[in-house]
Design a protein around this ligand. Sequence first.
Ligand SMILES: CC(C)(COP(=O)(O)OP(=O)(O)OC[C@H]1O[C@@H](n2cnc3c(N)ncnc32)[C@H](O)[C@@H]1OP(=O)(O)O)[C@@H](O)C(=O)NCCC(=O)NCCS
Length: 154
Amino acid sequence: MDSSHIQFCLDKSKIDLNQILQLLQVGAFWAKSRSREKMEIAITNSNPVVTVWDNERIIGFARATSDGVYRAGIWDVVIHPDYRGWGLGRKLVETVLTHPDVNRVERVYLTTTNQQSFYERIGFEPNSSTTMVLYNHSPLESIYQQELKVKAEK
Ligand SMILES: CC(C)(COP(=O)(O)OP(=O)(O)OC[C@H]1O[C@@H](n2cnc3c(N)ncnc32)[C@H](O)[C@@H]1OP(=O)(O)O)[C@@H](O)C(=O)NCCC(=O)NCCS
């Protein structure tokens, strides 16, 4: 398949949130029911955010968060099922890794359930012993409730 017309875009203002939500729904098992509001916040607070385009259609997405010097994390890497196996996933991750917010940090982390081989080909190493997680249940909802309470008290 000739994928030479496929474009990689770093401009967040071009992002169509509806298309991103649809892409996550069909291609990313951990993000099937993301809300528009929360994804908008996640995109605003991530850099870079990379989208992959087939003409007007978004067929790939990835984002990173970074402190600019020590640590960065890559999140929500996905290529639409119809476009997999063409080298686009590798190019997507490499576009994130070469961005100035990411390419100077000491370590880039990501979590993956079953794509270890894909990331190993790009240069990542298994790191199973150092990762811990806190499940912060409904953090946004509680912040909204707190803000509403403060407003009501004024
Ligand atoms: C993982 C994903 C992004 C890969 O995208 P892709 O466009 O199919 O990958 P590419 O065609 O760029 O493949 C790059 C290399 O990885 C290999 N590869 C891709 N998927 C692989 C897999 N599941 N297992 C082993 N190798 C894989 C390819 O053979 C290729 O190897 P090569 O460079 O030696 O030829 C895509 O399969 C996807 O969106 N999966 C669902 C979402 C997901 O699991 N994302 C990762 C979450 S952490």
